[in-house]
Write a protein that binds this ligand. Sequence first.
Ligand SMILES: *Cc1c(COP(=O)(O)O)cnc(C)c1O
Length: 370
Amino acid sequence: MRDSTRIIRSTLTPAIPGAPLHAGPVFASAFHVPGSPDGVPYTYARSHNPTYTVLEKTIAQIESGPGYRAQALVFASGMAAVAAVFGAILKPGDICVIPSNSYFTARVLMQEHFAKIGVEIRSAPTVNDAQGKLLEGAKLLWLETPSNPGMEICDIAALSEKAHAAGCLVAVDNTTATPLGQSPLALGADFSVVSDTKSMTGHGDLLLGHVATRDLEHRALIDQWRTLTGAVPGPMEAWLAERSLSTLPLRLERTCENAQAIAEFLSTRPEVEAVFYPGLPSHPAHELAKRQMKLFGPVVSFVLPTKAAAETFLSKAKLITDATSFGAVYTTAERRNRWGGDAIPDGFIRLSAGCEHIEDLLEDIAQALT
Ligand SMILES: *Cc1c(COP(=O)(O)O)cnc(C)c1O
């Protein structure tokens, strides 16, 4: 069965006569537990709740591939999922190899917290698999590809092989591509970590994250971390996410198509100094991206000459909402350096293509550039 069919069908409940097609949210912190709790699936919602289970089954379907079944655990946010892998795997004295250009908050968490409790950090850029040279003695290799916001690509399969040969685990922040667009577990990584706040749920109305793995021991470690730290989502968020996942294939295919067309259009414009999109043949790692990704993602980054040019573009564009985050059904963009923290020019814009009609988007982008 093809991915889109599998995902859409997996959001339905089993066909029991009279049962609803979809499970509603279960608002419960405590469950009936008479006597011994052994074998009782739900006791207290800081561990598990039926609404998380439904969502975890759907996400596990998306993360599974030929020859393996993934396990997924959902979290209150993408950062809660990132922190779970760092926290459950790394001990004082361990070495973690991170991308020097990864998602800013993950880098700050590693540097401001884990370094202080004795985790040694090594970092190198995503581009050219530079992190692969730092693996000796390392416990965890943390990858992000495409990187955010620079859209650099590294080779998940090659780096996983190298890391495993060095006795090192591999986690991929797969937020930008989503597990429908790229399968880190199929490419050999041990953990796929995703901010489901972005394209996975796609409506800009909730925070959510997940960790997926093929290994039951790793799953147990992440599960224990979640219960101990209480990093669970609310049932309402989990239910909204499950509802959103049934349209993931439609939304993602459309946003990626629009992103490709926008990237191609921007490449033809003299006002634009550079365009970064893995789907462009001019992207330095386009061949690798074609091998590794099923979809090139909704995010297009590009550079205008100055901060003022970028701000004028964003204020003149009527169909581009000036907001952070990405992966929603509506097109958004922002001048990324308004936050600081990334080594990028002042005129750098990160745009997330929505599901609007592409002709409307291109007309609007053209008038805003002129
Ligand atoms: C947004 C994002 C995160 C963090 O997710 P939240 O849901 O905001 O906590 C992590 N990694 C990447 C690449 C992201 O874009």
